[in-house]
Write a protein that binds this ligand. Structure first.
Ligand SMILES: C[S@@+](CC[C@H](N)C(=O)[O-])C[C@H]1O[C@@H](n2cnc3c(N)ncnc32)[C@H](O)[C@@H]1O
Length: 423
């Protein structure tokens, strides 16, 4: 076999076996609601960044696998150019076939290892990296950050979805047990069978101790692992690299690679909503920095994953939502598909959000707006919302303050105004 310094390094890091694993067992085929491109571009504008117009928008997906997410988005937004990058030839073969079958002229696919890949500098409005960062060695993580910072336009954003501590601490112990069991087994199918047996044993043991809180929480984790799809299980639970990190480590590392932490793709997960009122004064006394506050919130909610937005470090960012952006954006209710708004009392509404939790809305004008947005198939502009509020006699409220409050809590989502193909 030919050798080269790159190949030797790839073997050292185990990249060849990881690539072979993905070639043999393709990963899942999913569209990610939190990485909807119109929404991310809207979020960018709301954060004072993002594009000025619909012209020449470009999105890069690092670790695109069969490119399901960008295929979906490319069909929806034909005016945007999408690039998917991955080192698995068989994943990309699926992607190419599907792109061709769907007649998508705005998707480019690049087969390359992150360590050797070159991307056009300063060319992308968004760089997506879903479910890959925590599953690669540190040298590759570093390169992912470098690719993001090199590829982004000055006002562009990278969205990286990764695993975090402390939420992963307990799950990790379970994963380590499985990996100890299958360490000497080569065949992934045999590894899955052995793991399934072990999980059955654990489930039976934990189920027999319903009064033990420790057993109850481990039972939930065991059941979640059992419910995992076979191909996802092979990579996520039995793959070689699996490396959650603390949020502060992530933000500091990104900083070293020329990126600044901006926010989560789900703004509502960043506020002190998770903290009870009594915690307010203590938080004031601790007076943590913006980044430390985020880290504390992760401990409060035992967070196991984040979907973080990063921008080039030298871009000026004021850490506040832009009121001026409201006039250009459109707004949509993040109602989870197939769910409805529940009304507990006249002034209390509840709905399941695409962000994965239940949202509560109190108050009459907000409630009317929420119901109206739920009925609208398309996102509404600020002007359309203003007209609606006037039509229901709620014109005396300060609409921008109301909208910013709802956006901050992820009760509504911002969208960049783009022509949508399917409509
Ligand atoms: C866990 S999958 C995630 C796929 C998709 N983004 C998702 O979330 O469903 C990780 C992907 O990253 C790719 N990958 C892993 N290491 C890579 C590397 N060093 N260079 C390029 N691609 C890599 C794999 O081939 C695989 O398709």
């Amino acid at each position: 076999m030919e050798t080269s310094p790159e190949r030797d390094r790839a073997v050292d890091l185990g990249l060849e076996s990881t690539r072979a694993r993905y070639d043999r067992t393709p990963y899942r085929d999913e569209v990610f609601a939190d990485l909807e491109v119109g929404r991310l571009l809207g979020l960018a504008r709301l954060l004072g960044l993002g594009p000025e117009s619909q012209e020449r928008l470009r999105v890069l997906d690092l670790g695109c696998a069969s490119a399901r997410h960008i295929r979906d988005q490319a069909a929806r937004y034909p005016q945007i150019q999408f690039t998917g990058l991955d080192f698995s030839a068989s994943e990309l073969a699926i992607a190419r076939r599907e792109v061709e079958d769907a007649g998508l002229g705005n998707v480019e696919l690049i087969e390359a290892d992150f360590l050797e890949a070159e991307v056009e500098p300063g060319a992308y409005d968004l760089v997506l990296c879903h479910g890959t960062f925590s599953w690669v060695p540190d040298e590759v993580k570093n390169r992912i950050f470098e690719l993001c910072s090199g590829a982004l336009k000055p006002t562009g954003l990278a969205a990286i979805v990764y695993l975090t501590y402390p939420g992963w601490k307990q799950k990790e112990a379970l994963r380590e047990l499985l990996n100890m069991r299958v360490a000497q087994i080569k065949e992934p199918e045999q590894q899955v069978r052995e793991s399934a047996l072990l999980l059955r044993l654990l489930k039976a043991s934990y189920s027999s101790r319903p009064d033990d809180p420790h057993a109850t929480s481990l039972l939930a984790l065991t059941e979640a692992m059992q419910a995992s799809a076979r191909n996802v299980f092979i990579h996520d639970e039995l793959g070689r690299d699996h490396d959650p990190c603390y949020f502060l480590q992530f933000a500091e590392w990104a900083d070293e690679c020329g990126l600044q932490y901006i926010s989560e793709t789900d703004l509502g997960s960043m506020t002190a909503v998770a903290l009870p009122e009594e915690a307010g004064p203590v938080l004031g006394e601790l007076s943590p920095s913006f980044l430390e506050t985020q880290q504390i919130i992760d401990f409060v909610v035992n967070r196991s994953g984040r979907s973080s937005l990063l921008a080039p470090k030298d871009t000026l960012h004021l850490r506040q939502l832009s009121e001026q952006a409201l006039a250009v954006l459109e707004f949509r209710l993040p109602l989870a598909p197939g769910t409805e708004i529940q009304s507990e009392a006249d002034d209390l509404l509840r709905f399941n959000s695409i962000h994965g939790y239940s949202v509560e809305v109190r108050g009459e004008p907000q409630g009317r707006l929420i119901r109206h947005l739920a009925e609208c198939a398309r996102p509404l502009s600020r002007a359309a919302i203003d007209t609606f509020m006037q039509s229901v006699g709620a014109s005396d409220l300060h609409l921008d303050t109301l909208l910013l409050g709802l956006l901050r809590g992820s009760v509504i989502d911002p969208y960049f105004p783009l022509a949508i193909a399917e409509d």
